[in-house]
Ligand binder design. Structure first.
Ligand code: GSH
Length: 213
């Protein structure tokens, strides 16, 4: 069976949980608490599993480890092609990867826990300045995504084409994070539509962050 190291509030983990739920893939989970005891992601045991000291990490039945949510989702797409989360042909495939890149490579890393912690510990940034930093990069990212979604010809309930793709998953996971920091997304019309569509669906609700009891 697949094993996922994750943390309930982690948006990168939420992406992977949504892909697993959408594809009905069974897995076992082990929580890596990102805050407790200075962060379990930095423990010797976990650093051997993922040298980046970040979640998520997927362990395959072969014992191989895959980290990086996009790499994990690509593995899931290859190993469990149906239902698909990435169009196999046409411009839609690259559009989905484009959105995933804006959020996963341009936006999310700037607001990651370790970046915010470093700003505070090394540069004495206060909470207000931290929020200004966080909000700035969320807005830049969402503006870029919204502009692309407005420009592309298809304007249905999902980001690309008529079905959910990894683009929607990256978007809704980032919205969860933005809402935690009280940043509304209603000004981004296409993003809001995608969110309204996805949040009603079983795979979203199954994967939704829930604090372990
Ligand atoms: N690019 C990575 C990002 C992974 C990542 O940044 N995970 C965050 C949680 S969303 C984390 O583990 N943060 C711990 C820390 O910053 O110390 C991916 O997509 O998997």
């Amino acid at each position: 069976m697949l094993k996922l190291y994750d943390y309930w509030r982690s948006t990168a983990s939420f992406r992977v949980r949504m892909a697993l739920a959408y594809k009905f893939i069974p897995y076992e989970a082990e929580s890596i608490h990102l805050v407790k005891n200075g962060g379990e992601q930095h423990s010797e045991k976990y650093a051997k599993i993922n040298s980046s000291e970040l979640v998520p990490t997927l362990v395959l039945p072969s014992g191989d480890h895959i980290s990086q949510s996009l790499a994990i989702m690509t593995y899931l797409e290859d190993a469990y092609p149906e239902p698909s989360l990435l169009p196999s042909i046409g411009i839609e495939k690259y559009r989905a990867l484009d959105i995933a890149g804006i959020i996963g490579s341009d936006l999310h890393p700037l607001n990651n826990l370790r970046v915010l912690q470093f700003l505070q510990s090394e540069f004495d940034v206060d909470d207000q300045q931290k929020m200004k930093w966080y909000t700035h990069w969320v807005k830049k990212g969402f503006e870029a995504v919204e502009a692309k979604l407005q420009h592309w010809p298809q304007k249905g309930d999902y980001a690309v084409g008529d079905d959910i793709t990894i683009a929607d998953i990256f978007i809704v996971a980032q919205i969860y994070n933005a809402e935690r920091f009280n940043i509304p997304v209603c000004e981004y019309k296409r993003i809001q539509t995608i969110y309204d569509t996805c949040k009603e669906q079983a795979w979203y609700q199954k994967a939704y962050p829930q604090e372990p009891s």
